[in-house]
Design a protein around this ligand. Structure first.
Ligand code: SAH
Length: 270
């Protein structure tokens, strides 16, 4: 069915269907990182349900009369509990609307997209998932840090650093490995714990690490150092969420690969 829909339509013309929920990734910040599918769907939406990390310039792509519903999801401030949000999407679709559920980054990467789609499936609501550039890909590129590199890193792991009861509950022996990049989402508050655990599980104190605030936006700021120094440097820089932490030898490449921000002045890791 889908392939027939796609057949013969020029790029960006596949229409949004009434009664369908489009779970759309909005990318990490820079509106130019939107997919063509997202850019085509936004002006067709009757209603947009959006999270707090979605850039205002992206919301402005909706048509004037479209309803905009804020779903929140800042740390400790969820405007709508997940269950109510799921039911809201079901109701809006049943009203025959073209519903765009807009999420920061990629909807299936730490975005609870799977839960929302499961609810739609259970209620028999048609849906489509539009991937987005996840923070790891977008922020690393704009920070001058390749996630893998033949000489330094053959694997890349994405984890959530969200603290629960003061602990991260991560598989530390699996993360504290050489030749691997670890990307930590939601890790700012847990940064000291993260660095301490990685060192106590075997990574050296001078292992490179960076934290990037508001990556891909005009406010992007990268602080880089080592597992031993990064918590102090991040604290001194007074960084605020959203931030992404990248740990691994690939961080050193920033010295040469920075293009979006001013070149790094830290000599600590060279
Ligand atoms: N679905 C999103 C992630 C949602 S979790 C994605 O695929 O990117 C939210 C976390 O993503 C933030 O706490 C932060 O760790 C990270 N993040 C999202 N946008 C970011 C940005 N512009 N700069 C730095 N980190 C970002």
């Amino acid at each position: 069915m889908l392939s027939a829909d796609r057949a013969g339509l020029p790029l960006g013309r596949r229409p949004g269907k009434p009664g369908t929920v489009y779970l759309v990734g909005a990318g990490p910040g820079d509106p130019e990182l939107l997919t063509l599918r997202a850019a085509a769907l936004l002006p067709q939406a009757d209603v947009i349900v959006f999270d707090h990390l979605v850039a205002p310039a992206i919301l402005d792509m909706a048509r004037e009369g479209a309803e905009r519903i804020y779903a929140g999801k800042q740390r400790g401030n969820h405007a709508l509990p997940q269950q109510d949000l799921n039911l809201l999407l079901v109701r809006l679709a049943r009203e025959g609307k073209v519903v765009v559920r807009l999420k920061g980054g990629d909807p299936y990467t730490f975005g609870r997209g799977g839960e929302e789609v499961a609810a739609l499936f259970q209620h028999g609501v048609p849906f489509e998932v539009v991937p987005g550039v996840t923070a790891a890909a977008g922020v690393a590129a704009y920070a001058g840090i390749p996630l893998t590199h033949r000489a330094y890193s053959q694997a890349c792991v994405f984890v959530t650093g969200h603290l629960q009861d003061g602990s991260m509950g991560l598989d530390w022996p699996a993360l504290a490995r050489p030749r691997q990049t670890v990307v930590i989402y939601m890790g700012l508050l847990g940064l000291p714990t993260l660095c301490r655990e990685l060192m106590s599980h075997g990574l050296p104190p001078d292992w490179p690490a960076a934290i990037v605030m508001q990556g891909t936006t005009a406010q992007q700021r990268t602080v880089s150092g080592t597992l031993a120094t990064l918590p102090g440097l991040a604290d001194a820089a007074k960084l605020k969420a959203p931030t992404l932490i990248i740990v691994g030898e690939v961080v050193r490449l920033r010295q040469q690969l920075t293009w979006f921000e001013a070149p790094p002045d830290d000599e600590a890791i060279s």
